[in-house]
Write a protein that binds this ligand. Structure first.
Ligand code: AMP
Ligand code: ZN
Length: 139
């Protein structure tokens, strides 16, 4: 399903022009319009899925192999030292466009292109409880 009010549906399906890096039957890969670093790309499914929770498993299975190829290509193209793969779900997690997308961001040593999280504290008993709670939901 496509959503005519969704900018990424319109871009992914070629109704709005973009700097396209790659396209197949399932995805369009574009350059981000406000890149964290030169070569910052977005993998967009052509169908509308708001986030990872809505993404069908068969589409999900294709995303990481594509990201792997793009990461290698952009590393070479931009002479990068590293690559971040980022994917936000929900406004609390920083998602601003509610159409699933994966960011691929080439990085140079010391470029400060992306803030990393602040490492927190962990309490052993709490860690064990959290692990058990999540683990139960995986069954
Ligand atoms: P997120 O915060 O994970 O939802 O990321 C949304 C990304 O989409 C941001 O990095 C924006 O710069 C990018 N973006 C928004 N509109 C466009 C557009 N028209 N073309 C390309 N990238 C866009
Ligand atoms: Zn969409």
């Amino acid at each position: 399903m496509k959503d005519d009010n969704c900018i990424f549906c319109l871009i992914a399906n070629g109704q709005i022009p973009s700097n396209t890096v790659y396209e197949d039957g399932d995805f369009r890969v574009i350059l981000d319009i406000s890149p964290a670093a030169k070569g910052h790309m977005l993998i967009l499914p052509k169908e509308h899925y708001a986030n990872i929770f809505e993404l069908p498993e068969e589409t999900a299975k294709k995303v990481l192999p594509l990201a792997k190829k793009l990461a290698a290509a952009v590393k070479e193209a931009m002479n990068a030292d590293g690559v971040n793969i980022v994917q936000n779900n929900g406004t609390a997690a920083g998602q601003t466009v509610p159409h699933f997308h994966l960011h691929i961001i080439p990085r140079k040593e010391g470029d400060n292109a992306m803030p990393l999280w602040t490492p927190g504290e962990s309490v052993p008993e709490e860690q064990a409880q959290i692990a058990e709670k999540i683990s139960k939901l995986m069954k």
